[in-house]
Design a protein around this ligand. Structure first.
Ligand code: CMP
Length: 628
């Protein structure tokens, strides 16, 4: 009988056998066949051989049969052996047709997420090779350089790649989430990230750290005015499905109970709420600079009924009204010098906040009720007088070495660190993004806190150099030098790397460096005590990077280097790759700064350390401990 069978019939017979019944020859026949199947042709010999031993043959007779529906739990991966299928997603309908040799159903397995699309047979009598989840994971887990590309209407919309970093880096999903978004259309990336949110009735929902990366960088590729409607669409599409499944596409209604369908819609809403919660926590008061987002959050808090969902999602959004109500800007206003000329030509100088209004300046100068008129106003210099600097602008003429001598290095360092934390906390991570990508591209965006912090670096640096140079007495100067070295080493201990570098740079200032006698008196090796080795810039600041890698957060990083790294990534990588958002770039940007707060922590909602700090604004120093 066997000898009379054609090759196809023979193969089909072998495939129909239960995997455990297949002989060595059978496996050889299947293996040979797999060489011609597009979906597996690129895999190594050993992987194909393993697949041959577990493939299950599955046939379906009728066109229109729903193989599985979007939102279902995923149990298997399919290769189309004969026939073709339609890929249908909520809201978009038919997005792709898959033919013989192509595969589908891997996404749900890889990400441990619900099915991202519905699969419907396009023709009668379709044959599939099915690999069940456990086998798929076991066999394909270690396959290198695995890329998943999803298409819609013939265009790639999402590219995922197995990440090379270890799984703990991937945020909440832990070991199961090994595939990361490399690029995609903004909508599809969003959809994918939402699908991956895992809801847990115990309140242990995990949200991929990529969601935070997405939210921090969304303005680069998806303005809030696009993001908000996309979120609405996500919820509406999920709801459409349970109202009338056949309305969105012509097919038999998907399997599954009514309860499951309602669950699906509720889950979609909860996921969006979860994302909104993350958005609020992440941006906090900065949302006030984003009217579109603010309106949306206010309106959707009503529509999504998150009050009723609150129980399920452990009141995360209860902080929303609080955040929105407290529309206090976190910018630390710097005092600047205002020069005011009066009719009698005697200039008055005043230190006032940089954002002072003309009215406020006027009332600071003249008594209430006095009859003065403002005749002219200049900014950026070019005043009424020639441009000689004013006395106030010239800096100190006397050092404070004597006072410093009285103070303990540790106290000085603690004060510096205390202030630095205040500035560092006032600065929002997104300011770094705005700064690096170009603030002018983001209307309403501020980088004031970041600039303030960077300025602080220079202030400290020049303060050190100035103090040393203003000290007239050699012995005192040598002592002062030693003191600064001591202060620097305490700053390092306090994990305030920014000021550590600032003090050390101050001491490396050429005006200080050339004080040969002073250096001789304080001892040549004095700098060694402060751990100068981390300042060695060779091999791209390797020493610093190694030292920082050992530090447990929170710590204050050396800002100029952080900005340099971010700029380097920005300039070396395009924002778009083949018209798709280069999401890999966005993630690598945020990775650079996110860990300063709480690196290894995945449970603690990824970025809300800042939010915590800004809530408890009277708490000056906060330590965060993560288990594990
Ligand atoms: P999974 O989410 O497991 O189930 C639906 C499958 O459809 C999905 O894996 C992909 O393999 C496949 N698919 C193909 N194109 C798309 C697309 N544009 N969007 C979502 N899924 C798609």
């Amino acid at each position: 009988l066997l000898s009379q069978m054609g090759p196809d019939a023979l193969l089909t017979m072998i495939l129909r056998k239960h995997p455990s019944q297949r002989s060595a020859e059978d496996l050889e026949v299947i293996y040979e066949e797999l060489l011609h199947v597009k979906a597996v042709a690129h895999l190594s010999t050993s992987v194909r051989k393993e697949l041959a031993a577990v493939l299950v043959f599955e046939t379906h007779g009728k066109a229109g049969t729903v193989l599985f529906s979007q939102g279902d739990k995923g149990n298997s991966w399919y290769i189309i052996w004969k026939g073709s299928v339609n890929v249908i997603t909520h809201g978009k309908g038919l997005v792709a047709k898959l033919r013989e040799g192509e595969d589908f159903g891997q996404l749900a397995l890889l990400n441990d997420a619900p099915r991202a699309a519905t699969i419907i047979l396009r023709e009668d009598n379709c044959h599939f090779l099915r690999v069940d989840k456990q086998d798929y994971i076991r066999i394909l887990k270690d396959v290198e350089a695995n890329t998943v590309r999803l298409e819609e209407h013939g265009h790639t919309v999402l590219v995922l790649e197995k990440s090379t970093t270890d799984s703990t880096d991937q945020g909440g999903a832990g070991g199961s989430s090994k595939y990361t978004v490399m690029s995609g259309t903004p909508e599809k990336i969003l959809e994918h990230l939402l699908e991956k949110v895992k809801l847990d009735t115990n309140g242990n929902d995990t949200i991929d750290s990529c969601v935070g990366d997405f939210l921090l960088t969304h303005k680069i590729f998806m303005a809030s005015s696009q993001l908000c409607p996309a979120l609405v669409l996500y919820v509406t599409n999920a709801r459409c499905r349970d109202l009338n499944p056949s309305r969105t596409y012509h097919a038999q209604p998907p399997k599954g109970s009514e309860l499951e369908k309602a669950d699906y819609s509720l889950a979609a809403r909860q996921k969006v709420v979860k994302l909104l919660g993350q958005w609020v926590l992440l941006y906090g008061r900065l949302l006030k600079d984003d009217p579109v987002a603010l309106d949306f959050l206010e309106v959707s808090s009503h529509h999504l009924k998150w009050n009723c969902l609150k129980g399920a999602i452990y009141g995360e959004l209860s902080c929303l009204p609080l955040l929105i109500m407290s529309r206090v800007s976190v910018v630390f206003f710097t005092l600047v010098l205002y020069e005011i000329s009066r009719p009698d030509n005697i200039p008055i100088t005043l230190m006032l906040p940089v954002n002072t209004s003309v009215q406020e300046v006027l009332s600071a100068v003249v008594k209430p009720g006095a009859d003065y008129v403002l005749v002219k106003m200049n900014s950026m210099g070019g005043g009424f007088h020639d441009a000689r600097p004013l006395k106030e602008q010239q800096g100190p003429e006397q050092g404070t070495a004597d006072a410093l001598e009285q103070m303990c290095s540790k106290d000085v360092a603690s004060q510096l660190t205390h202030y630095d934390w205040e500035l560092f906390t006032a600065m929002h991570e997104v300011e770094l993004i705005y700064y690096v990508f170009g603030r002018s591209k983001f209307p309403g965006a501020t980088t004031a806190n970041l600039q303030r912090f960077v300025r602080r670096f220079n202030e400290v640096q020049y303060w050190v150099a100035t103090e040393v140079c203003l000290c007239q007495d050699l012995m005192k100067r040598a002592a002062l030098l030693k003191k600064f070295v001591k202060i620097a080493s305490v700053l390092k201990e306090q994990r305030n790397l920014n000021s550590f570098f600032a003090v050390m740079f101050g001491l490396s200032n050429s005006a200080v460096q050339r004080l040969y006698k002073t250096w001789e008196v304080s001892g040549r090796g004095v700098l060694g005590g402060a751990g100068v080795c981390v300042m060695d810039p060779s091999r791209n600041h390797r020493a610093y990077r190694l030292a920082v890698a050992k530090l447990s957060p929170p710590y204050i990083p050396f800002m100029p280097l952080l900005l340099k790294d971010m700029t380097f990534i920005h300039e070396g990588n395009k924002n778009y790759k083949d018209k798709l958002v280069n999401f890999e770039k966005m993630v690598s940007q945020t990775k650079l700064f996110v860990h300063h707060k709480c690196g290894s922590c995945t449970k603690l909602i990824n970025f809300n350390v800042k939010a915590l700090v800004s809530f408890a604004s009277d708490i000056k120093c906060i330590s965060i401990f993560c288990s594990g």
